[in-house]
Write a protein that binds this ligand. Structure first.
Ligand code: PRT
Ligand code: ZN
Length: 299
């Protein structure tokens, strides 16, 4: 019998989001052993069961309340929601957190040698895509009539095969497009991985577990950007040095043994510390500047 109080979380079984999803859960302290071939993993030290599924199935598993939470790209989420709205199915969900992986954009791309000036040039063309609803919404918004050719994969070869004139597909680095002599002419959607829950509130026991998980995710996300900075500084330069520290509140100032003119400064910077910042600190007289990663953070 499944334990009704355990939270069910769907993640991608195998693909671009899998490693980052498992990594996030591990950073949140969930002990997940992943035996090969298993479709469900019971966290050993936390009341969460993780379902390993295709990313396309994640929104509907959450919207149909088979799972309480899901980790999925907003591209798949929005496409599914549009489709379910059209079919009159329940499309309720809430985005609990935006995550720092799975970034890409859904873009219309044309053969490099084809001229393009604006969306009017898409009129009457055949556009191959796996995202008919996101594309349809974009075209309708621009008053463009085009034929949508539905393909489930390898969309980028459609123009070469002669089954479409242009494509609408996910782009990350752009190298797939380049290899197929295509160029982006319109970005229609920007996507990132998100943690979602269904439209209805969770039962109290599960809501409590979800709250703990969300707070841990917040800690992981904050720690990813944050850095711990340590440096030595002349006392006189402190006001200027403090102004240079990105997003630091109330640094700790410690005396330096054997030197009355200098102090040690320790601070948590909530934003990334770039080389330029370090160079500016050095110019103000700072020395022995150390920037350390932060593994976990709870404010
Ligand atoms: O089997 P399953 O259905 O679970 O996996 P899948 O093959 O449908 O999806 P997968 O693993 O390829 O992608 C999962 C999710 O990762 C997507 O839904 C997006 O949210 C996100 N993501 C981020 C991407 C990309 N970047 C991406 N670049 N998904 C796909 N691509 C593909 C794109 O379709 C194109 O073929 O990568 C190619 C382009 O990459 P670049 O770097 O050459 O531009
Ligand atoms: Zn998929």
């Amino acid at each position: 019998m499944p334990d009704r109080n355990r939270l069910r979380l769907a993640i991608q079984k195998s693909g671009r989001l899998s490693a980052d999803s498992l990594d996030l859960l591990a950073r949140c302290g969930l002990r997940l052993r992943t035996p090969k071939g298993r479709l469900i993993i019971h966290a050993e030290n936390f009341p969460v069961d993780v379902l390993l599924v295709r990313d396309d199935d994640i929104p509907q598993l959450v919207m149909d309340e088979v799972c309480d939470l899901g980790l999925v790209g907003t591209n798949v989420l929005e496409e599914t929601a549009l489709e379910r709205h059209l079919n009159g199915a329940n499309a309720g969900y809430a985005i609990e957190r935006s995550l720092d992986f799975g970034r890409c954009r859904l873009a219309i791309a044309m053969p490099e040698d084809r001229p393009y000036s604006d969306t009017g040039d898409l009129q009457g063309l055949r556009i191959a895509t796996s995202y008919p609803h996101l594309l349809g919404r974009f075209l309708a918004g621009k008053n463009v009539q085009a034929e949508v050719v539905l393909l489930s994969g390898s969309v980028e070869i459609a123009p070469r095969l002669g089954i479409a004139d242009v494509i609408c597909d996910l782009v990350d680095s752009g190298s797939t497009l380049e290899a197929n002599k295509l160029r982006v002419v319109e970005t229609i959607f920007r996507s990132t991985a998100v943690l979602i829950r269904g439209g209805r509130p969770l039962a109290p026991e599960k809501a409590h577990t979800a709250d703990i998980l969300l707070r841990r995710i917040d800690g992981v996300l904050k720690a990813a950007e944050a850095k711990y900075i340590m440096l030595h500084a002349p006392k006189a330069a402190l006001p200027e040095i403090k102004k240079l520290l990105p997003g630091a509140e109330n640094p700790t100032i410690l005396p330096l043994a054997g030197d009355d003119t200098k102090v040690a400064l320790h601070a948590v910077c909530s934003e990334a510390v770039f080389w330029e910042t370090m160079e500016a600190l050095k110019k103000c007289g700072a020395s022995s500047i150390l920037i350390l990663p932060i593994e976990k953070m709870m404010l």
